[in-house]
Ligand binder design. Structure first.
Ligand SMILES: [Zn+2]
Length: 447
């Protein structure tokens, strides 16, 4: 202001602008009145109770999440009661609105951990939410600051006391049993086809090397991923393609697949890595369908991890966006640390990255047969989800959900199938050229 006044020409301009403001039409004053009344309402609201604008429940075998979203942060206290098992969440100065009253009706009979939800005024100023449980749980509550399209969130995560073992779940699958049966029948031809590959199985046809592939459908639950203008969510597309890829892999005689998430719920990036590690996965394939600010951006890409910076600005931008998934989905930082310690220990990634690049090239060349490629080479960047120290890992951007043509195809089941097939063929070609020789714990003795 002082600088402007020091310049007489600027001062004159200001004066003339001020004069013009005196002659606004009456609609301007009506507008002023509305703004002023809104402001006074807002000031009044600051002293009123918090209004929960949205409630969401995400049930899954890993854990169940309850989210309360509001314009201001909610103060809460959490307690766990036994005989019978209950979780109690007390909310301070929260209005009992119809949105909250709808919560009990959202609990399904098939929910793994929560039997029922009750709400009531515990005492003045305290709204109490009680979860009646099916089993003993470990609850965690935490608040998240506004991010992306979300306001303040209070999150309650309910974990089972003994978490499901993904490897046991995989072993129990019917698909696994039939895969084994097929493997037994095809074992001779299989070994012949890979005579330079499975040297450790030669002379011992009772034992085959079963390849486990962790398929990672990007995003989920609170984190929808990219959204198209028509309202298509990346998280649904990635799960659809991942399920198709799993079915194809399970139908192969010596391969089996597990999904890092098989439903609409949020999985943090470290949890995804942890699951792949528990599965003793040979390969990790993360599936995405992202958006770009420009709707004409199109084409498929395949990425591998880079420890030393990205191969292009676009790859760096995308890695940052994917890594932000945990901010949007909402991570309890204590849990995140716990997983990071486990998975990122003793990180020596060079050999794994080389294998990841080979896998990425095979998959990229197959996808190039069914879709235009964004770039016809594999890109690298610091994707957090690709950081398993000993599992070759790739991230496939199947297409751009922000591009109307590609979005239409991504929603099409036949096209999703084609995409899954291309990934399978790429994976198989990689395995034929680079058979995993180390036995790990994946040797399966057949009857
Ligand atoms: Zn994504």
């Amino acid at each position: 202001m002082f600088e402007r006044l020091a310049n007489p020409k600027a001062f004159l301009t200001m004066v003339s602008l001020d004069c013009r403001k005196l002659f606004f039409p009456s609609s301007f004053y009506t507008f002023l009145f509305i703004v002023a009344s809104q402001f006074s309402l807002h000031v009044g609201a600051a002293f009123a109770d918090t209004i929960v604008t949205s409630t969401r429940i995400w049930p899954a075998s890993e854990y169940t999440r309850l989210t309360l979203e509001s314009a201001t942060s909610i103060s809460y206290s959490l307690s766990l009661l036994k005989n019978p098992h209950r979780v109690v969440l007390d909310l301070e100065n929260v209005t009992l609105t119809s949105e909250i009253q709808r919560l009990p009706g959202k609990i399904g009979f098939d929910y793994p951990y929560i039997r029922a939800l009750r709400i009531g005024r515990f005492k003045p100023g305290i709204l109490r939410i009680v979860l009646d449980l099916k089993t003993e749980v470990l609850p965690q509550a935490f608040v998240l600051k506004p991010v992306a399209n979300y306001g303040h969130r209070l999150v309650l995560d309910v974990y089972p006391v003994s978490p499901p073992d993904p490897l046991m779940a995989l072993l129990n699958e019917d698909a696994m049993k039939s895969a084994q049966a097929n493997a037994h029948a095809n074992i001779k031809s299989d070994v012949k086809a890979k005579d330079n590959a499975t040297s450790n199985t030669k002379g011992n046809l009772e034992t085959i090397r079963l390849i486990t592939i962790a398929i990672d459908p990007g995003h989920g639950g609170e984190d929808p991923g990219a959204m198209s203008r028509r309202g298509t969510y990346e998280k649904n597309i990635t799960l659809a393609i991942a399920r198709k890829l799993k079915a194809k892999i399970d139908a192969e005689p010596n391969m089996r697949a597990a999904l890092t998430r098989d439903g609409d719920y949020f999985m943090s990036l470290p949890m995804r890595l942890d699951k792949a590690r528990k599965l003793n996965a040979d390969l990790f394939v993360s599936i995405h369908a992202d958006a770009f600010v420009k709707p004409h951006a199109r084409g498929s890409s395949v990425f591998a991890l880079s420890e030393r910076g990205a191969t292009s600005a676009a790859a760096r931008w995308l890695a940052k966006k994917e890594n932000d998934a945990d901010l949007i989905g909402g991570v309890n930082l204590d849990i995140k640390d716990h997983y990071l310690k486990k998975t990122l220990l003793d990180l020596s990634l060079t050999a794994t990255i080389n294998d990841s690049l080979k896998l990425a090239r095979e998959v990229l060349s197959e996808i190039g047969e069914i879709n235009q490629l964004h770039k016809n080479y594999v890109e690298q960047a610091g994707f957090a989800v690709l950081k398993s120290p000993d599992i070759p890992s790739i991230l496939v951007e199947t297409a751009f959900i922000s591009n109307p043509d590609e979005e239409k195809r991504l929603r099409n089941s036949a096209y999703q199938d084609k995409m899954a097939k291309a990934m399978l063929v790429g994976i198989k070609r990689y395995l034929a050229k680079n058979p995993p020789l180390s036995p790990r714990s994946k040797m399966v003795r057949l009857e």
